[in-house]
Design a protein around this ligand. Structure first.
Ligand SMILES: *[C@@H]1O[C@H](CO)[C@@H](O)[C@H](O)[C@H]1NC(C)=O
Ligand SMILES: *[C@@H]1O[C@H](CO)[C@@H](O)[C@H](O)[C@H]1NC(C)=O
Ligand SMILES: *[C@@H]1O[C@H](CO)[C@@H](O)[C@H](O)[C@H]1NC(C)=O
Ligand SMILES: *[C@@H]1O[C@H](CO)[C@@H](O)[C@H](O)[C@H]1NC(C)=O
Ligand SMILES: *[C@@H]1O[C@H](CO)[C@@H](O)[C@H](O)[C@H]1NC(C)=O
Ligand SMILES: *[C@@H]1O[C@H](CO)[C@@H](O)[C@H](O)[C@H]1NC(C)=O
Length: 447
């Protein structure tokens, strides 16, 4: 369903605002060369994780992706989690990039979703190109509330575990190839003991020829690459390119989402649900483990640090392992000039004084970002954005989360955009169409 979400976001994006959109063959211009995961053009963080090489100005606009690293993340604290307004691509200094509001709780990380926000997303800084990835988690409960543990490539190859908050005995499995919507790929494992009340171990074992999904050590689904041949596309519709691990909680049941998505999510989110505690819905991730497999035999390798694509077919044989640098010098830099800007240059958000600058953090501000979700998110006091120009963070308080007494940003893969940034500068900030819609909605809630 996350796959469907990208389409949804893309279709909503151009409606109201002239943020530069990309996707479906429409490439970004040279001065904002990177096409974000959400189909908007920018620089800086737009060129990092999620950057879509095919719809960017050129394949090289997207920054090389840090290679897989085997590790277990215990989430005993939030030290490895860095907001997307601060991450410039150094995976040795951060494990996860966040949007929204992760919280530490009793040796686990809570992904929260307060009223008026679009939840929380954690994306791994390292990519995985085949590996065994496990997560021990309990889901959020409630209509319209979706918890996800997925692998998502810049190619939009995708392997999912998803949990709808009204089906507490089920886990849905799914996969997508290059973001092509195929409603026949979904699976539904039932008979689980309450996935909200109980932690379960979910595992995706992703190999070049098979994917298995397991729950508590028991295989619940197997997919063979051989069974995915698509003669039209002349390739296997099988996830085959490097993916980030994404953990998220998002509102499938927002009235601004498509009817199909709302129904799938079990109805509209209720912002006064008993499932909200301390003013927010939450999913709890206790541990994530990543065991990398060796690169496939025949992989084009000239190094050991980063993945790049050398062809826009985005199939397994177009991935190359290089020693290319993964770190931008500033939020003004791109894969085309990684040293552009100086280190003190900040994340630019629209709505700030620097209105002519290209967007630099997807979802942080109206413009492109807003479209889906991923916005800056930390709490007011730590000045989340790398700069004073960021109108994104903190402003969430103005959105409705204020009423909950909980300070946080919005943003996540959820799809809409950050309910965040409304605050005092709404005029300047209201740029993305979906963003605007969400803001309006939130405004109503607040009033
Ligand atoms: C999964 O199965 C359960 C139990 O049969 C059912 O209630 C639920 O609607 C199913 N969900 C989907 C998405 O098919
Ligand atoms: C096969 O690939 C074509 C072209 O990408 C796509 O339109 C179609 O939906 C795919 N079919 C399936 C079953 O995935
Ligand atoms: C890519 O996948 C094909 C099957 O479609 C396989 O034969 C080939 O070995 C793979 N190459 C790499 C580098 O993974
Ligand atoms: C490996 O990558 C290089 C550089 O992009 C390219 O020139 C070469 O053709 C690739 N080799 C294979 C076997 O794909
Ligand atoms: C990259 O950016 C730096 C700093 O802005 C600039 O000095 C340099 O000329 C740029 N390089 C290229 C190749 O454009
Ligand atoms: C907000 O950030 C400050 C500084 O990082 C921290 O001390 C405080 O606990 C945070 N508050 C919340 C609610 O996360």
């Amino acid at each position: 369903m996350a796959g469907r979400f990208w389409l949804l976001a893309a279709s909503l994006a151009p409606a109201a605002y002239a943020a530069v959109s990309c996707g479906g063959g429409t490439q970004c211009p040279e001065d904002a060369p990177c096409c974000s995961q959400y189909g908007q053009c920018g620089v800086g963080a737009y060129c990092l994780g999620g950057c879509d090489p095919v719809n960017s100005f050129s394949l090289e606009a997207c920054v090389p992706a840090p290679v897989c690293q085997s590790q277990t993340y215990k989430f005993d604290n939030l030290d490895g989690i860095v907001p997307n307004t601060k991450y410039l691509g150094d995976a040795s200094k951060a494990d996860w990039v966040s949007s929204g509001q992760p919280l530490e709780y009793d040796g686990s990380v809570l992904l929260t979703m307060a009223e008026g926000t679009v939840g929380t997303l954690l994306a791994s800084t390292h990519y995985v190109w085949y590996g065994k990835v496990g997560a021990r988690l309990s889901t959020a409960a409630g209509a319209g509330v979706v918890t996800a543990f997925i692998l998502l490539g810049d190619s939009k190859d995708e392997i999912d575990f998803e949990f709808v908050g009204v089906e507490l005995e089920s886990a849905q499995t799914n996969f997508y190839s290059q973001g092509v919507t195929d409603y026949h790929n979904g699976g539904n494992t039932t008979g689980l003991t309450d996935v909200h009340a109980n932690m379960h171990d979910y595992e995706i074992d992703w190999q070049p020829d098979t994917i298995t999904w397991s729950i508590d050590g028991k295989v619940v689904r197997t997919l063979n690459r051989e069974d995915t041949w698509n003669a039209t596309a002349n390739r296997y519709s099988y996830p085959q390119t490097p993916c980030r691990v994404q953990l998220s909680l998002w509102p499938g049941g927002l009235s601004t989402n498509g009817e199909g998505t709302i129904q799938w999510a079990g109805g509209l989110v209720q912002w006064n649900s008993p499932y909200m505690e301390n003013g927010y819905y939450y999913a709890t991730f206790d541990e994530v483990s990543i065991q990398c497999y060796n690169p496939p035999s025949g992989a084009n390798s000239s190094g050991s640090k980063s993945y790049v694509y050398n062809n826009d077919a985005m199939t397994n044989n177009t991935v190359e392992i290089t020693n290319d640098n993964t770190i931008l010098k500033s939020f003004m830099a791109t894969g085309l000039n990684m040293s552009a800007g100086d280190a003190s240059a900040s994340a630019s958000a629209s709505g700030s004084a620097k209105t002519n600058n290209p967007e630099s953090v997807p979802g942080l501000s109206g413009g492109g970002t807003g479209n889906n979700g991923q916005r800056g998110g930390d709490n007011n006091s730590d000045g989340s954005s790398a700069s004073g120009t960021d109108s994104g963070s903190g402003s969430a308080t103005a959105t409705g989360s204020a009423s909950t007494g909980f300070v946080q940003g919005g943003g996540s893969n959820g799809g809409s955009n950050g309910a965040g940034q409304i605050g005092g500068n709404s005029e300047a900030v209201l740029r993305g169409s979906l963003f605007a819609v969400v803001v309006a909605l939130v405004g109503l809630c607040v009033l």
